[in-house]
Structure formats: C-alpha cells, structure tokens
Design a protein around this ligand. Structure first.
Ligand SMILES: Cc1cc2nc3c(=O)[nH]c(=O)nc-3n(C[C@H](O)[C@H](O)[C@H](O)COP(=O)(O)O)c2cc1C
Length: 257
C-alpha cells in the first residue's frame, strides 16, 4: 500500500507578493489563509538571496498588481520589476511549481486588466518553473483585454479589489482547492492546459483543426452551444466565445447576426 501521508511530507508552499496600495497584500493574505501556507512575504521587504529563499519551498505562489499602463515591461510598480531583469535573470527554477495571481482594475483599465501578471508568469516560466494555476476568463470578468490572458484562459488567478472585492474570497478558495487537487508542490509536470504557454498565438487566429473542432459557420448557425465546447456569451460585445475544454486555450468568437 502507498505510504500514509504525514504532515511532514506535505509540500512546502509560500506566497510572495508585491504591492503599492495594499490590494495585492489583501489577496495574498486570503490565499495564505485558504492554503495554510507560509507567508505572505512582501517582495519589497525581501533581503538576501532570492534563490535561497525560493529553494526552501516546493511551490511558490507569486502575485503582483499592475501599474505602468502601456509599458511593455516592468509593469508591477513594485520590487518585482527590478528582480525580473536583475537577480531573477540568473535564477534556476527548473521543475519548481509556480502559480501566479494578479490584481488590477478591470473597469478603470479595462483594456490593460492585470497586464503585469502576464509578465510575472513569463519571467518565472523562462526560468524553467512548472506553471500551475491557469483559470477561465469567465463571465464574471468585465475587462476587454489583458496581457495575462491567452484565449479564454488567464495565466493565473486574477482579482479586482477595486470593483469586485466581494468575489475575491470565493475566487481564492476555488483556486486553492484546484491547486491542491492538481498536486501543486508535489513535483512533476503540470496538468495539460493548466496555464497557457507564453508564446501562445492570439486565440482568434487559431486554425479550426483542433478536436472537437466545430466549424465556425456551424457555430454561428447553432447560435448558442457547440457540443463539447464551453460558451461564454457577452451581451456587451454581442458575441459568444467558445473555449476548447481539452486545452482551455483555443477559442472561437462568433459575432451575433
Ligand atoms: C496610475 C495607475 C495605473 C494603473 N494601471 C493599471 C493597469 O494598467 N491595469 C490594471 O488592471 N490596473 C491598473 N491600475 C490599478 C491597480 O492595479 C489596482 O488599483 C490594484 O488593486 C493595485 O494593487 P496594489 O494595491 O497591490 O498596489 C492602475 C492604477 C493606477 C493608480
């Protein structure tokens, strides 16, 4: 029989976050409470070697707000920005499990919602980390565009303390449960489609080759559902997005007639 798991064999997980006005810290605290993990540790107060600190944990949950609207890089407005292109440039994180969360203002900055979370994701991914924690950009989100989104998926957990504070706790609880169920911090590969790769093409330009592949024309005619695909209807955009449940990345957008 498999060995009984004792508390000492539970993976060590910690939360690290950047913040300017405290919102990311609030969500970091919710995550720590829900997870029962170490932290949350403010990255701006970090001293000594980041490599040493990260090496203490099997899983890292890392979070950032988004500032610097419109910039291509160093979008967090926190100590992360300097670390990304400084100390983290040499960090070896091969095989380390990492999950990203991010804060933004999905109404005030609807076209740049939580952009900096995409950058955080890419920096860790480039260091060889195994990325966990992708989520559906479902109908509860009101933004129009985000660099943290690939197709119908966010690269991590996105929250909005400015407009949707009441949703954060539920989003966190669900996400934490998913991370644990998927073996976060326990070594090994991430489940397929967990978090979309940084190089993913814009979803709308994907060829209709994936299975179960609906012909976009058939989708338009069917007006509502495509078997096997998840539909996200937007009244505002007068269109329906269909997300491939097999990988959570491919999506079609069908405009109302
Ligand atoms: C000058 C400024 C620029 C911002 N730019 C963005 C942005 O591009 N995208 C976004 O989603 N939120 C943006 N925000 C909103 C912040 O990300 C949001 O308030 C967040 O909750 C701040 O997190 P913090 O309290 O952890 O720093 C911006 C806020 C300010 C004041």
């Amino acid at each position: 029989p498999p060995p009984l798991r004792t508390s000492s064999s539970l993976p060590a997980v910690a939360v690290f976050f950047g913040t300017s006005t405290g919102n990311t810290e609030d969500v970091a605290s919710l995550i720590c409470a829900a997870y029962g993990c170490a932290g949350p540790f403010p990255i701006d107060e970090h001293e000594g070697s980041l490599a040493d600190d990260f090496s203490k944990y099997d899983g890292l949950i890392v979070g950032t707000p988004t500032w610097n609207t419109g910039a291509d890089s160093e979008r967090s407005g926190t100590a992360w920005d300097e670390l990304y292109y400084g100390e983290m440039g040499k960090l070896e994180l091969g095989g380390k499990h990492v999950a990203v969360f991010g804060l933004g203002d999905s109404e005030g900055y609807a076209a740049n919602y939580a952009d900096a979370s995409g950058e955080l994701f890419e920096v860790f991914e480039k260091r060889g980390a195994v990325m966990f924690g992708g989520t559906d950009a479902d109908g509860s989100y009101v933004h129009t565009a985000s660099k943290a989104q690939r197709g119908g998926r966010f690269v991590g957990l996105m929250c909005d303390q400015m407009n949707q504070e009441e949703l954060s706790e539920g989003r966190v609880d669900k996400w934490v449960k998913e991370l644990k169920a998927k073996g976060f911090g326990e070594g090994g590969e991430a489940p397929a489609g967990e978090a979309a790769p940084a190089a993913a093409e814009p979803a709308a330009e994907k060829p209709a080759a994936a299975k179960p592949a609906p012909a976009p024309a058939a989708a338009a005619a069917g007006g509502g559902r495509i078997k096997g695909w998840t539909a996200y209807r937007s009244d505002e955009k007068r269109s329906t997005m269909y997300v491939n449940p097999e990988n959570g990345r491919e999506a079609y957008y069908v405009q109302d007639k």
